[in-house]
Design a protein around this ligand. Structure first.
Ligand SMILES: Cc1cc2nc3c(=O)[nH]c(=O)nc-3n(C[C@H](O)[C@H](O)[C@H](O)COP(=O)(O)OP(=O)(O)OC[C@H]3O[C@@H](n4cnc5c(N)ncnc54)[C@H](O)[C@@H]3O)c2cc1C
Length: 402
């Protein structure tokens, strides 16, 4: 692309691709750099929440997600020994959203849908095997130094958006911190085709236990016939080899759902878990969105969704600046709106989710279960609770910040 009149994006994960499609739809030229040669397929996000489905509706992405994913009208909160504690029916949100459900679809499939949708547009380039090394800026634009298969090259654009994940090189090039903490334990993700549905599990289940809690989800998998993912906390001292050991994996799964024979395992993945938010999402022409701006534990399935919401907020403001000559102060508003809710909702809720599911004090655990039972027994409480955990309240709060 010859012209510097464009926006640069670093990182083609779900947030980078969403930013790309949004800019294309706003008729803003862009160049997207991606370090890898293709979309990663490791088992990460699978849950898509109602506001995300609303935002993707006009581009037709939601329709594709509905076609390819599983519609999840309810989810269970369970105790490993007591069984179901609360069944959350999302239908109560029918007057709050046209999509009162979750969709389960692997994040790499969302990225593939976005890449496919981009084919309807021109005036952009996506450069795989291009790793951003550093980002700088001057009075006229943002400058990216990029390692390419032909050596290091420099690219210029009006703005550079860092969508390059938790270890964001754009963020490291900015004068901002990434404050928060890293949990001692890592999370182990396993997947199997065994059908847990036959034992009464919902498509999404959070199973509390003081020793070994887990989260169990069904995603479409390789052939759309289903793959169950199980997420466990991993012992802090154990090596990856010990955690991936077949007998230890079988013991863990048999521990919450005993069956004859062994479970056939398709994925074994280990993730470090952090709770961090960048101290600012904007420095002049350099901007952050998605995991580059905030990272959190995956309980509640919020991290990617939150990053997608960043992208919609940011690109709408960039379009006003680009086409209508609006003030670049809008980018500070982006920072205020999205960073505030990252702290107030994303961090608070996901930390709370982890503390509740692993609660060791029996009295506190029972009190929490009583609270959940009271919520599901009262339609007003249920609606208000689900507005928060289905991420609708966070969007409303973000939009209310001026
Ligand atoms: C086990 C697990 C389960 C999860 N479940 C959920 C869930 O159900 N729902 C949910 O909302 N979230 C979930 N998440 C979180 C979700 O996976 C992340 O929030 C999401 O991947 C963030 O997307 P992103 O595009 O910001 O970053 P990433 O997906 O990390 O993408 C960043 C991209 O940038 C590229 N990149 C990195 N550095 C450079 C560079 N220097 N130059 C160029 N390219 C670069 C990378 O190669 C990558 O393609 C889960 C996470 C885990 C670990």
């Amino acid at each position: 692309m010859a012209s510097d009149k464009r926006i640069l994006i670093s990182g083609a994960g779900p947030v980078g691709y969403t930013t790309a499609l949004n800019l294309a739809r706003y008729n803003i030229p862009f160049t997207l750099f991606e370090a890898a040669s293709d979309i990663f397929e490791d088992p990460r996000a699978g849950t898509i929440h109602p506001p995300t489905l609303e935002m993707f509706e006009p581009s037709g992405v939601t329709q594709k997600m509905l076609e390819q994913g599983y519609l999840v009208p309810n989810y269970h909160y369970r105790d490993r020994t007591q069984g179901i504690v609360a069944n959350f029916e999302l239908g109560i949100l029918k007057n709050d959203t046209p999509h009162p459900y979750r969709i389960m679809l692997e994040q790499h499939k969302l990225s593939a849908i976005l890449r496919e949708k981009l084919k309807a547009y021109s005036n952009y380039e996506i450069l795989n095997n291009h790793r951003l090394l550093s980002a700088t800026q001057d009075a006229d634009g943002a400058i990216a130094s990029v390692e390419t298969p032909q050596g290091t090259k420099t690219f210029r654009g009006d703005y550079l958006i860092g969508c390059d994940g938790g270890r964001s090189q754009v963020r490291k090039s900015m004068n901002v911190g990434f404050e928060g903490f890293t949990w001692a334990e890592r999370f182990l993700v396993l997947s199997t085709r065994y059908d847990f549905g036959q034992h009464g599990y919902a498509l999404t289940n959070y199973i509390a236990d003081p020793e070994e809690w887990c989260a169990l989800f069904k995603v479409p998998g390789y052939d759309g016939k289903g793959l169950w993912r199980i997420l466990f906390p991993a012992d802090t001292e154990a090596t990856q080899e010990e955690l991936f050991d077949e007998s230890s994996i079988q013991r863990r799964i048999q521990g919450f759902q005993a069956k004859t024979g062994t479970y056939e395992i398709y994925h074994r993945n280990l993730y470090e878990v952090h709770q961090r938010v960048a101290t600012c999402y904007r420095e002049g022409r350099l901007l952050l969105a998605g995991d580059a701006a905030h990272i959190n534990n995956p309980l509640g399935g919020m991290g990617m969704n939150f990053g997608l919401h960043d992208s919609f907020n940011l690109t709408e403001k960039l379009a006003k600046i680009w086409h209508e000559g609006a003030s670049t102060d809008l980018l500070d508003l982006y920072d205020r709106q999205r960073r505030t809710v990252a702290q107030e909702y994303l961090q608070r809720q996901t930390i709370e989710n982890k503390k509740n599911i692993e609660q060791k004090d029996p009295a506190a655990r029972e009190a929490f279960y009583e609270e959940l039972r009271a919520i599901t027994a009262d339609p007003d409480k249920l609606r208000s609770y689900l507005l928060r955990v289905a991420m609708i309240e966070g969007i409303r709060r973000s939009n209310s910040i001026t």
